[in-house]
Write a protein that binds this ligand. Structure first.
Ligand code: NAP
Length: 282
């Protein structure tokens, strides 16, 4: 992601929350973290293993509130590991007592599951791990977060249009995202009486590590640019802005929603011929 200035303000002042899914500077979770911090939020992060800690720690330090001289809260957390999940939320309870929001930006499917024929290439184990890491982890993290969340808090997860429509090579991840979006609605219903809101952001393609794992990525970016209403690729800042809206009090009364931030790609039935021709010359 190019260096960008996220709008500053106090929309998240006094709010504390957990960001799950920063792998590097290009991660969508990192754009969201920067936007929330620019509006006064205090953030804790998860990472997976020592190698990732080396990358995530300096990022976490860079968004610590001005004047704070402590260490950022960083939790080693593979979402398939119950002990690590337990320890992560235990740490938050010990350090902060309560939290106000959760950002879940985690997905995984084996590379062999993300190419070619869905029906032929999806294995039982591939299906289970994609659904476990990419969908169940939000339910699990959401339940643990809700136990220590102030009433009036909010949760956001990241999804993609492959849940609603067929996207070549997205395959089992599309099925996992459909489960994630349905989980979002059920979680919203369960937590609604406590005024805790649960929403999903359906982002258009953005160049990250996770996106690089999907076959025919270049074609996907070119096609999205040509066929979206705005004829451009999705800006991570727009996704971060949507997360700010949904996680702050601006998002009051909005829950159980899948909000598209994709330059209007989802709204188009048939793309304009001109840009499409330019992107795919005969
Ligand atoms: P990213 O930077 O690669 O982030 C994916 C994150 O998931 C990484 O931090 C990764 O950690 C983490 N993860 C994977 N398996 C995990 C596990 N078992 N336990 C804990 N963490 C795990 O890619 P991203 O594009 O920002 O992805 C964030 C979310 O946005 C995903 O849900 C993705 O599906 C969604 N999304 C992305 C796009 C896009 O075009 N990029 C579009 C729509 C939605 P490790 O690196 O340590 O594995």
């Amino acid at each position: 992601m190019a260096e960008q200035n996220f709008p500053t303000g106090n929309l998240m002042a006094g709010k504390r929350g957990l960001i799950m899914g920063v792998a590097n500077k290009n991660s969508i979770a990192w754009a969201i973290a920067r936007q929330l911090a620019a509006q006064g939020a205090e953030l804790a992060f998860t990472y997976q293993g020592e190698k990732l800690l080396r990358r995530v720690k300096p990022l976490a330090e860079s968004v610590m509130p001005k004047g704070s001289n402590g260490e950022p809260i960083l939790c080693d957390c593979d979402v398939t590991n119950d002990q690590q999940m337990e320890a992560t939320f235990h740490t938050l309870k010990e350090e902060w007592g309560k939290i106000d929001f959760l950002v879940h930006a985690i997905a995984f499917a084996g590379k062999d599951q993300l190419a070619g024929s869905f029906i032929d290439n999806t294995t039982r184990d591939g299906f289970k791990s994609a659904l476990d890491i990419s969908a169940y982890s939000f339910v699990d993290a959401g339940r643990r977060a809700a136990a220590i969340m102030n009433d009036g808090g909010a949760m956001v997860t990241l999804t993609y249009l492959g849940s609603e429509r067929v996207i070549p090579n997205y395959n089992v991840m599309g099925v996992a995202k459909a489960a994630l979006e349905a989980s979002t609605r059920y979680m919203a219903a369960d937590l609604g009486p406590r005024q805790i809101r649960v929403n999903a952001i359906s982002a258009g393609p953005i160049k990250t590590l996770a996106a690089a794992g999907i076959g025919s990525g270049r074609h996907m970016f070119r096609f999205n640019k040509a066929a979206s209403a705005m004829q451009d690729n999705t800006d991570p800042m727009g996704v971060a802005g949507a997360a700010l809206y949904l996680l702050s009090d601006l998002g009051l009364s909005c829950t159980g929603e899948t909000h598209h931030v994709d330059g209007g790609f989802h709204a188009i039935g048939m793309p304009q011929e001109g840009p499409l021709r330019e992107s795919m010359p005969d």
